[in-house]
Design a protein around this ligand. Sequence first.
Ligand code: ATP
Length: 588
Amino acid sequence: MPEQDQKKKFDLSLFGRVLQLAVPYKKVAISAVLLAILLVPLAIARPFIVQNIVDDYILVGDVDGMTFMAAVLCGIIVLEALCRYTFIYSSNWLGQSIIRDFRVRVFRYINSLKLSYFDKTPIGASTTRAISDIQSINSIFTEGVLTIMADLLSIIGILGVMIYTSWKLTLIVLTTMPFLMLASYIFKEAVKKSFQRVRTQIQKMNAFLQERITGMRIVQIFNAEQHEREKFAEINKEYRGANVDAILYYAIFFPVVEIIAAASLALMVWWGAQDVAREGGVTLGALIAFPIYIQMLFRPIRVLADKFNTLQMGLVAAERVFAVLDRTDVIENNGSFAPETIEGRVSFKNVWFAYVAKEWILKDISFDLKVGETLAIVGSTGSGKTTITNVINRFYEFQKGSIEVDGTDIREYDLYALRSKMAMVLQDVFLFTGTVLDNITLRDPSISREQVIEASKLIGAHEFIDRLPGSYDYDVQERGATLSMGQRQLISFVRALVFDPDILILDEATSSVDPETEGVIQHAIEKLMDRRTSIVIAHRLSTIRNADNIMVLEKGEIQELGPHEELVELEGGRYRELYEMQFLEAVE
Ligand SMILES: Nc1ncnc2c1ncn2[C@@H]1O[C@H](COP(=O)(O)OP(=O)(O)OP(=O)(O)O)[C@@H](O)[C@H]1O
């Protein structure tokens, strides 16, 4: 990426796209531009009036005129201060408003991407896009476009006044310009390279910390702390090096600019002092105003190189964010069938599915589930059990065959209507930081606290939730780390129950819990499946035996399908083998 960044030239169409983000705030944006334009004459007016006061009032002894001009000068200074305050405030307000909108838009878009995107994209990449890259876009507006424009305008304005006052003095001042241009260019390129290194190291540091903290158990149990510390120190060393380089360039560049500015001033004074004495030479007022002009000319030039870098870095970040927004693998929602209620019949008809083209994971899967029936899926690891549950709710789109709910192809349903009829309980329970209540309702305001308590009582989770400090308002820490596995499972059951689905998809946890909790969970599962069409990736003997049908899946194909009593009788059958090997053993 850094290599690519360096080669990147200024991309106009990308720049146009970034500017379009300001369209909803065009009034503020236009006001900021107008203020930037207005600030130029106001700033230049100060030395110009000083020059005027010296030449036209002091030298001729016009005290009244001088007092009046001094009052005008004060007025201009106050006006300039007000305009500058409004300019700084409005340009920053603009930048912040734009990135607030943009962040929400990017998050909404990320939400709409197909799950396959997340399979391939590291979490860190998505968070970097949504947080730090968008932050850099802010600087395009605050430090970039508007201030660069304001600086360029003041350079042009000051040069204009300088030429108007004395073109000869201006030419003398400008003799040092080529040195300044050269120094700015060298500085700009050098700093850009260091900042790209800094950014690469920040990304590395983020990814490193995120992974190590998430996997802290592994780091600690395998005594890997020492190596990890060394690796982290190495990244930090590189980070420091890159930052120190950048600071070094600043430390060299700024004094160099001062020297060049001083040389300009010296040349100007040397020549100007001689010219004042000459007939028709520069006026004394001009000689007094020129040092201020020089100062005003060099100040923006000094910071321009830096601001161009900021602008370019902002554009690189914008390009990366737009690349996410330009992704076409969004969830398709072309169906419109949205019935108020459904019965919950499910049927798979010759369904074929592959995550990667032609590598079939589900092969010709067909089965029918009547309303309220339970299908238990069993099979060895990697046989495609989870995949079946992934295609019913359209996390992934199947390629051949059809899946019907109540006799209608699931692709004809409005996706949100379809999903609202289904609930999914995953083996690996995911809890969000927030209260237990929020974790159950997922902030759906239509679900009341009473409903949640009622569902918890039914599931058998109320007792333990009530014992938590704060009960339903107990703050769940990072992914529920302070709750036990069984407790997390119970919360996820309550979550599924309050959404009252017609079709339940359940991936039973394989982890063993103590007999007492086992009893509670078994009871909860029964309550959850009660009168609901359920598809369960089953691991508990009780769930499997109680299911209306059992599907034995091997390498994506149905090997056996039928009720327990039937399959267990099959001589040499896979289910019978599994049953004898795993379940009878467990019972004994
Ligand atoms: N997101 C994915 N992208 C690509 N391949 C995948 C993806 N998820 C699963 N697979 C592959 O699909 C196959 C079936 O996986 P699946 O998760 O459905 O198996 P499973 O029967 O549920 O296994 P387990 O009992 O271990 O959970 C596996 O070979 C797996 O590597």
